[in-house]
Design a protein around this ligand. Structure first.
Ligand SMILES: [Zn+2]
Length: 155
């Protein structure tokens, strides 16, 4: 195309101006395959003709709006790690393992429930003592699957 030639609406090139256009900026981008006469809808993931009116029409169809809504609800959805925060620190894990090992060696498994419930009472101000979540079920699993496995491998 000769330089300076006036382009009609239908053979327009993509312009970054649209990325600052209130009606387009939320979803528009350059065509990922590099076609200069195409714009890209980030929400629909489709390439569109570079015609501003057509692009605005596109933004008014339900398609991108649905996509925007989906995108927004996806953003609102809690990330898995914020729902299941790993609250057990390495220190607590090691302490729990030591307690489990102690129980396995010296006590009845039944005593663990009592002992863990009692720990926070020893020092109500201690954050660490109240962090233990080690009752019979978990203690059994630790003894069997962690300590037991380790002991079996060491032999
Ligand atoms: Zn779209």
């Amino acid at each position: 195309m000769p330089k300076g030639e006036k382009v009609s609406g239908y053979s327009q090139k993509y312009t970054t101006k649209w990325e600052r256009d209130d009606e387009l900026k939320d979803w528009i981008g350059p065509d990922p395959s590099g076609k200069i006469d195409q714009a890209y809808c980030k929400y629909c993931r489709t390439s569109l003709k570079c015609h501003r009116k057509g692009l605005i029409d596109h933004s008014k169809t339900n398609k991108p709006q649905n996509c925007v809504l989906k995108e927004k609800s996806a953003l609102k959805t809690k990330k898995l790690y914020s729902t299941f925060k790993p609250i057990v620190t390495e220190k607590t894990k090691i302490a729990e393992l030591k307690i489990a090992a102690f129980i396995a060696e010296h006590c009845f498994l039944k005593t663990i429930d009592h002992m863990i419930d009692m720990l926070p009472q020893l020092d109500p101000l201690s954050d660490n003592l109240s962090k233990f979540k080690l009752h019979r079920t978990k203690c059994t699993i630790l003894i069997k699957n962690v300590i037991g496995m380790y002991a079996a491998r060491a032999n």
